[in-house]
Design a binder for this molecule. Structure first.
Ligand code: HGY
Ligand code: MN
Ligand code: MN
Length: 413
């Protein structure tokens, strides 16, 4: 068979996705595989067993990133790497992340079946804790790998129960001793669901993002004064939850106020003591700001921070602000983006150039090697929800485009 006629096995890809979806399956039809949970370990063990079936050389680095390497005829050359993440959001979907990992696994299986030899070695990767939901920030392990985040800082990040990321890595048996440090990569591709409405609305099968927005994460801590809700007059209260409520609305109003192409969201909040007859005295909430324009995002944060200080002062609720994490916007390698478009067209998939509003490990890969992504549609534009859905045909299409992008990059001297 001519290489250009090679196609993946869509049924096998579907079977692998369905098998993975059983791990951490939720009653609502989604998955919960929080980073470094027992479900994450179970999924990792299954993934590693699949890598070994293909005689890949499996390595695990200090952040638990799992790599499977297929040798090339010119094995000394820098590899073509592709993958994504196995961890999910709480009540997440059956495609976010895992589709990218299993699409590359399907590519590896297809090359194995057809005994295809490539010049360059080929590497599949599962990045630890892409979601950043249990341990903030997101994409932390590709961030350490790319040299943008410190290993010890990442190890020290704690979840809501005070568990350390490093300890949990060790607990599940995936704290490898291979240094978490990037080596040369000739090209990095990542297949992912779009997690938005554009491809479906435009009736396109393949998306070729020009890059990913910047992501800025902040943590806000407010102190109030707890008291019995009955006898305490409204006048003179220091109600931390009311202060937070004003701030949450200020976040929601920020994009309109700053007039730029930006999104701003409060997704997580904890309120203490969280009893209906006690005035709240401790609140923590998160702020997520994203834009293609990093400066706009920074200017917006400065404006928001001033507003927070004013509210905190007026309500007598001292505020502590953590500027937790920032990753700049990531413009992908235009040559690779065009390759995605060309391969989609060659195979007969309608394709569209776009931007990614969701963060991905490709943000950090892009800092150290030529990088791009291959998107497939999200039904109803929904993601990070149990009803997250992508058609099996579109999953297969993404894997086919990945197959030919990988083959073409692997043939480059
Ligand atoms: O936040 C994101 O966009 C990704 O899911 N980590
Ligand atoms: Mn993802
Ligand atoms: Mn996600």
């Amino acid at each position: 068979m001519k290489l250009e006629d090679l196609r993946v096995d869509g049924t096998r890809l579907r079977q692998s996705l369905e098998q993975m979806a059983k791990i951490g399956a939720t009653a609502g039809g989604g998955v919960q595989r929080l980073a470094l949970s027992d479900e994450d370990r179970e999924a990792r063990d299954l993934f590693v067993s699949w890598l070994k079936e293909l005689d890949l050389t499996v390595t695990v680095d200090q952040m638990g990133n799992i790599f499977g390497r297929r040798p090339g005829t010119r094995d000394e050359l820098a590899p073509i790497t592709s993958g994504s993440h196995v961890d999910s959001q709480p009540k997440g979907g059956r495609f976010d992340g895992i589709l990218g990992v299993l699409s590359m696994l399907e590519v590896m299986r297809t090359l194995h079946d057809h005994k295809v030899q490539t010049e360059r070695p080929i590497v599949i990767v599962d990045w630890t804790n892409e979601e950043g939901s249990r341990f903030a920030p997101a994409m932390v392990s590709s961030g350490v790998w790319a040299g943008a985040l410190e290993l010890d800082w990442a190890y020290g990040r704690t979840d809501i129960n005070g568990k350390r990321q490093g300890d949990e890595l060790e607990r599940i048996g995936y704290q490898g001793d291979v240094p978490c440090k990037h080596s040369p990569v000739h090209a990095y591709y990542e297949v992912h669901i779009e997690q938005g409405p554009v491809l479906e609305r435009e009736h396109k099968t393949i998306g070729a993002p020009k890059g990913i927005l910047c992501l800025h994460w902040y943590d806000i801590y407010l102190e109030g004064e707890a008291n019995q809700v009955g006898p305490t007059p409204m006048e003179g209260r220091h109600d931390a939850l009311c202060a937070a409520a004003e701030m949450v609305l200020a976040v929601n109003e920020l994009p309109a106020k700053m007039g730029g192409n930006m999104v701003a969201t409060v997704g997580e909040i904890q309120n203490e003591p969280n009893s209906r007859n006690i005035i709240p005295d401790k609140v923590h909430f998160t702020v997520d700001i994203r834009s293609w324009d990093d400066d706009l995002a920074l200017r917006s944060w400065d404006d928001l921070k001033q507003g927070f200080e004013t509210i905190a002062k007026r309500r007598g609720c001292p505020i502590r602000i953590e500027e937790t994490w920032r990753v700049q916007h990531s413009p992908f390698d235009e040559r690779l983006v065009q390759r995605v478009m060309d391969n989609a067209e060659a195979i007969g998939y309608p394709a569209l150039r776009m931007v990614s509003g969701a963060g991905h490990d490709a943000s950090y890969a892009n800092q150290v090697c030529p990088t791009c992504m291959i998107f497939v549609p999200s039904v109803g534009g929904r993601s990070h929800v149990e009803v997250e859905e992508t058609s099996w045909e579109d999953c297969e299409a993404g894997a086919n485009v990945l197959l030919h992008c990988v083959l073409q990059s692997a043939a480059e001297s």
